[in-house]
Design a protein around this ligand. Sequence first.
Ligand SMILES: C[S@@+](CC[C@H](N)C(=O)[O-])C[C@H]1O[C@@H](n2cnc3c(N)ncnc32)[C@H](O)[C@@H]1O
Length: 341
Amino acid sequence: MLVSQNEKSLGWNESMELLFGFAGGHLHTRMFQTMMRFSICDLLEDGPKHYSEISKIIGFKDDSSCYRLLRYFVPHRLFNESFTEVGVFSKTPSSTQFSKNGALKNLGFYYSQDHHYRMLESIPLTVEMGKTNGPSSVGLSNFWEFFEKSSQYKELFNQAMKDYSSLIIDKTISKVDLSPFETVVDVGGSHGLVIGSLLELHPNVNGINFDLESTLNASNEKYQHPRLSHIAGDFFKSVPEADCYLMKYILHDWSDEKCCEILKTISKSMKPNGKIIIIDLILDPSNYTKEAVFKDILMMHFFDAKERSLIDWQQLFEKCDFVIDSINSSVTPPLIIVSKK
Ligand SMILES: C[S@@+](CC[C@H](N)C(=O)[O-])C[C@H]1O[C@@H](n2cnc3c(N)ncnc32)[C@H](O)[C@@H]1O
């Protein structure tokens, strides 16, 4: 068979990298989930261990399958295997991120868990039809319904959201200026970490963490602050009165029509000259990030929603009688400040 010059120049290893990079994701995520389920990163935090010791701790029936699980991650640089003592594994900077004090522990577990794996099976249909199939493919009428069926999932979701917030607290949150406002409502604030941290920086502001009753009941470790109250409600019905509203990772969960409904609800309670501070991605066609395109597909599949480009955001606000005052894209995710037209 004739092979083109281009194909010839790719060596075996590069070909395999390319192949498994694109076609090996199922296996990769299942292996990762197995490793996360047994908290193997934690076990290596206090020093290297032989696979048979790890196997005993986690209760595997067969030590050799534990060996194979661990060494699977060596080329991915999640663990190292000793050159001198074969079978002895140690942590890496990456595995520390997924260990119990690591910034990505809950997020890693959340994204790779079984419920998502089952929902993601129907992604090809969602992409082909341009309409969400994720929740319906596992018998749900919408994504949030699973919160009622599984408190474990709800807890994990909230923990994962908290991890996302922790990752941006120092950089993004310090750029949010609440000094012109008296009362700030974090709409869909979940754990309250974002609004709580903001109150620490703004001594004259009162805060309200607003979310569904089921979410507020689930988050055991809600942020506590003397100027912060946690109020349950539905942002399609009403939100507390305030002069500033914060929405972090909310609008990307909803279609333009639903976003308009949320913005209209806020509009009714917003004091004159009020503002909305939106913390959400801006998809940049000249610089797509893996995070943005990944979440864009996830939003389509789970919610019939999307990540938005600057033009998408402008069009959305235009449709709902809001206007963008300013954007601070020196931080990720950026801050979009909007007000009523
Ligand atoms: C993607 S999470 C973002 C949580 C938080 N803002 C953050 O960034 O960590 C979306 C949040 O919206 C809340 N939510 C969904 N539907 C809601 C509704 N109708 N009214 C109020 N909150 C809602 C969920 O409970 C969840 O906490």
